[in-house]
Design a protein around this ligand. Structure first.
Ligand SMILES: [Zn+2]
Length: 897
């Protein structure tokens, strides 16, 4: 499902605050573990031979010659190829089988080619099937070029645009299975590819003559394999179809669909490159699944609210597709179709949404889930609304034919998906000229509606962390945005008047959430996910919108590769080299040099006692400093009062109810070279933690999850196999306290702070927001709701956790945690390291804040020393989704404190 607001309770594919319930991973498939099923067991011999023959043909003639003449005529059906009935109850093809099948289709059919998009996090090949008629595939370079030109029609006359529209084909991207438990579309992709490859139906052939389909069978191959493995392992047991005790992506689980503006994960990057640098599809359909107890399928239009900067033509195109999907579903007798439900037209974080600001049509479908591949029976009394667009489960105009309840199975999911995939292709084919002309028109309007002299200006060096500024410029380039460098190279300049100019404004500016009331006197429609994505604020980068004098930009040049700040040693003959403890990469250098066995010291230098890291001379120091863009000063002697740092062993707690923040924390720490290992319940309970760790981090997760291994909410929750049950227990909490007293550092992120605020630790702090209703569902009822916004926070930069930070920062806040401390007895020292303003009206910087007055004068980051150790509690999201680069340093500081 897309996210938090999805309708009903389903255990294995979460509805609530993703962090707790979403599946995720821990079993990392070893290479070879999967080299099984389809070649050795399930694939019938005949098909294997046929496949080998096709492969042999390819080897002999080379891929480029494998056109119609060489390709075998028989395209196997998915079931024939895999040796089991695809879509049958309790049967799943894993990603490797799916990829093998699509390759076999490509080998046999002149209408299908395979493109490799790159590798996944765990090293799988990420593939895409390109499907069209033979002619179009032969000329695909030309059609890519036309799509690229229509996406950026600057300098073209209307006649030239019209000529390209007349000649072009719709490039239609269909992506499946980004959320791995939403497994149906990965299976459906094989059936749909087979149909398109083999049909002689005149109408389908016509569609393929006007369109090129880009079919991505899974946006998360690693997770698809994990889910399939888990399902197969427990099929036939009481855990069949139940939740996994780990995230379904090596790092980010369900949040892989929260990554589309920050582009941190390799899978996101692979698709982003294909979309915005190679193929320029005009239309993107992303197929998901949602909960089990509501409508059977969500189709466009989206629900409110609407993003101000998205060209309305995007929604018009999306709604055409939605109308056709609804028509074709009803025609086929499929009930339970809803639109205008749950999924808004405001949030830019998911797959195709980001494209809206780049003049791309993009829609989402969500089909009700089964229990993975196990059928589920829903009584009519269990059907529920309760979500924006369907408050009670009953007939209404956006839901004219409610599903009556009954059995729901994988086959149903795939059948609904096959219909909407066909309808989507029908739409992009039927409206080909309009859609293509629309893309060019929107690009033109983006350019013409902006002030040609307005630019976002990012100074290169006048930054707290110049590397972050370059990161931002590079990120915008990766998005396909044109980034320029000023003639004197002192700034990056991003024109507002460019085809992706509205994306630029959305990402560089601040957000003000639109308060839409669905009925008189009602609360407002709640944000779907987070409400702020202001990249400069999140990354801690200074940027301002400026109006240049006419011609000022003319001397600027479009940036191809980001000009990173130069790094290195001032004088390599010296024995010591140092840099201020400011900026994230200096920590990466500290970690890299410790890994190399180099000496690293902490010191305070100069009249202001600025904290610095001092590096002993080492053969790898210069290369690492250069690679990390860190410029070091050189000195002959070690400054007074230095402390040698030892390599730190970091334990990152991992619960069996997967916490996405665990994955993000691991990702961020690994990116910066920290030595981090997961620590699970058993190891925490066993105690003696100081033997293995210097620092333990509890990622954002509720106390119930960590201590008891259960969700805080009441009611039924499905059991995991016994080895995955329970939490750290009271003895685990005592072991953490013991760890601190013996000299360890415990860092708690957001909600996990409640573990250290419990009676066991007996600290003079409580959650000032305890009891706040976190968020309502759909229509806001909560008394406090800050669902992911940037808030103003003041920092004590003299505290070791605040070193290198400005006195005022934008901090990302997404849950009701803030600290009320009090003066302790003499055996405990407490520090308030960061705090919120005195007045609520100063608190919100970007996003949405309801009830902000409850944060007035509350602490945002606090620390305690107890025994020989320390506890640091972060209330805001210091490394949220690897996006808040501007506050990473506080986490790094806390680790090295
Ligand atoms: Zn989803």
């Amino acid at each position: 499902m897309e996210g938090n607001a999805a309708p009903v309770h389903i255990v294995f594919s979460s509805l609530e605050k993703g962090a707790d319930v979403d599946n995720k991973q821990k079993i990392i498939p070893s290479c070879g573990a999967y080299c099984y099923a389809f070649t050795s067991k399930t694939e019938p011999t005949m098909n294997r031979q046929r496949n080998s023959l096709a492969v042999a043909v390819l080897l002999v003639f080379g891929l480029s010659l494998a056109t119609a003449q060489q390709k075998a005529k028989h395209v196997p059906t998915p079931s024939e190829f895999l040796g089991f009935e695809v879509g049958a109850d309790r049967k799943l093809a894993d990603y490797r089988q799916i990829a093998s099948y699509l390759k076999a289709v490509a080998a046999a059919s002149p209408r299908v080619e395979i493109e490799v998009l790159g590798k996944t996090t765990l090293g799988e090949e990420m593939i895409m099937a390109v499907i069209s008629n033979e002619d179009n595939l032969r000329n695909k370079a030309k059609y890519k070029d036309i799509a690229r030109k229509l996406a950026d029609p600057r300098g073209m006359s209307q006649a030239q645009v019209d000529a390209l529209v007349a000649e072009g084909k719709t490039i239609f991207l269909l992506t499946c299975n980004i959320h791995s438990t939403e497994i149906g579309s990965s299976q459906m992709a094989m059936e749909w590819a087979y149909k398109l490859a083999t049909t002689q139906d005149e109408e389908t052939m016509r569609r393929l003559s006007t369109s090129i389909v880009l079919l991505v069978p899974s946006l998360n191959p690693d997770g698809q394999i994990m889910v399939t493995e888990w399902y197969r392992k427990y099929v036939g047991t009481k855990y069949e179809g139940g939740p996994m005790p780990y995230l379904y992506h090596h790092y980010v689980g369900h949040d892989n669909n929260r990554d589309w503006y920050m582009l941190t994960q390799v899978e996101t990057k692979n698709i982003n490159r294909m979309v915005y640098h190679e193929w320029f599809p005009q239309f993107w359909l992303d197929e998901h699944q949602m909960g089990t107890n509501g409508p059977r399928i969500y189709i466009p239009p989206n629900s409110d609210p609407v993003a101000q900067l998205v060209n309305p033509l995007v929604h018009r195109g999306n709604n055409l597709m939605g109308a056709d999907m609804g028509w074709r579903l009803e025609e086929a007798g499929k009930s339970g179709v809803i639109y205008g439900y749950s999924f808004d037209a405001y949030w830019p974080g998911g797959t195709r949404n980001t494209g809206w600001w780049k003049n791309m049509y993009g829609v989402l479908t969500e089909v009700a889930s089964a229990r993975i591949a196990t059928p589920i029976e829903i009584s009519h009394t269990e059907l529920q609304g309760g979500v924006k667009g369907l408050i009670t489960y009953e007939q209404q105009i956006n839901f004219p034919n409610p599903w009556p309840g009954g059995v729901w199975r994988l086959r149903d999911i795939m059948d609904y998906e096959l219909i909407v995939s066909d309808a989507a292709l029908e739409t992009v084919s039927k409206y080909r000229p309009e859609l293509l002309r629309g893309v060019a028109l929107m690009a033109k309007q983006a350019v013409e509606s902006a002030d040609a002299r307005e630019f976002w200006r990012i100074p290169v060096s006048d930054q707290r962390d110049p590397i972050a500024a370059t990161n931002l410029a590079a990120l915008m380039t990766e998005h396909g945005v044109e980034v320029r460098q000023s003639a004197d190279k002192s700034a990056f300049l991003i024109a507002c008047a460019q085809p992706y100019g509205r994306f630029v404004d959305e990402m560089m500016g601040i957000q003000r959430y639109p308060e839409v009331h669905p009925a008189p006197g009602s609360g407002i429609l709640e944000p779907y996910d987070v409400a702020a994505w202001s990249l400069p604020l999140m990354m801690g980068v200074k940027a301002e919108k400026v109006r240049l004098a006419a011609g000022d930009d003319l001397a600027s040049t479009v940036m191809k590769d980001a000009p990173w700040p130069s790094g290195g040693l001032a004088d390599k003959t010296f024995k010591y080299h140092f840099a201020g403890a400011r900026g994230n990469n200096v920590f990466a250098l500290v970690n890299a040099m410790q890994k190399e066995g180099g000496q690293v010291f902490a010191a305070k230098l100069g009249p202001v006692h600025a904290p610095v890291f001092v590096f002993g001379a080492h053969p790898q120091l210069e290369a690492n400093a250069r690679k990390l863009h860190v410029q070091l000063q050189s000195t002959a002697a070690l400054p007074e009062g230095t402390t040698q740092l030892k390599p730190l062993r970091i334990g990152l707690y991992k619960s069996y109810i997967p916490a996405i923040d665990e994955g993000w924390t691991r990702f961020v720490l690994e990116q910066y070279g920290f030595n981090v290992k997961n620590i699970e319940n058993k190891a925490v309970k066993a105690g003696n933690l100081n033997e293995a760790f210097d620092v333990i981090i509890l990622p954002d997760s509720s106390r119930e999850v960590i201590v008891e291994g259960r969700q805080g909410r009441e009611g039924y929750s499905e059991e995991l196999p016994p080895e995955y049950t329970g939490g750290i227990g009271k003895e685990g909490v005592r072991a953490l306290k013991d760890f601190v007293e013996k000299g360890g550092t415990l860092i708690t992120l957001a909600r996990a702070s409640e573990v250290a605020m419990g009676e066991e630790f007996n600290l003079p702090v409580r959650n000032a927001l305890a009891g706040a209703t976190e968020r309502g569902r759909g229509v806001q009822t909560a008394d406090f709701n800050i669902p992911g916004s940037l808030l103003r926070v003041y920092v004590d930069a003299n505290h070791p956790v605040g070193y290198g930070m400005p006195q005022e920062i934008p901090a990302f806040f997404d849950g009701p945690i803030a600290f009320q401390t009090s003066a302790p007895a003499t055996d405990v020292q407490r520090s308030v390291i960061a705090w919120y303003p005195d007045s609520a009206r100063d608190i919100l910087i970007s996003g949405y804040a309801h009830g902000a007055e409850r944060l007035e004068r509350k602490a945002a980051v606090v620390s305690f020393t107890k025994g020989k150790g320390k506890i640091v509690m972060f209330g805001f999201r210091v490394q949220h989704r690897a996006q808040t680069e501007g506050t990473f340093q506080m986490l790094f500081n806390a680790i090295y404190w």
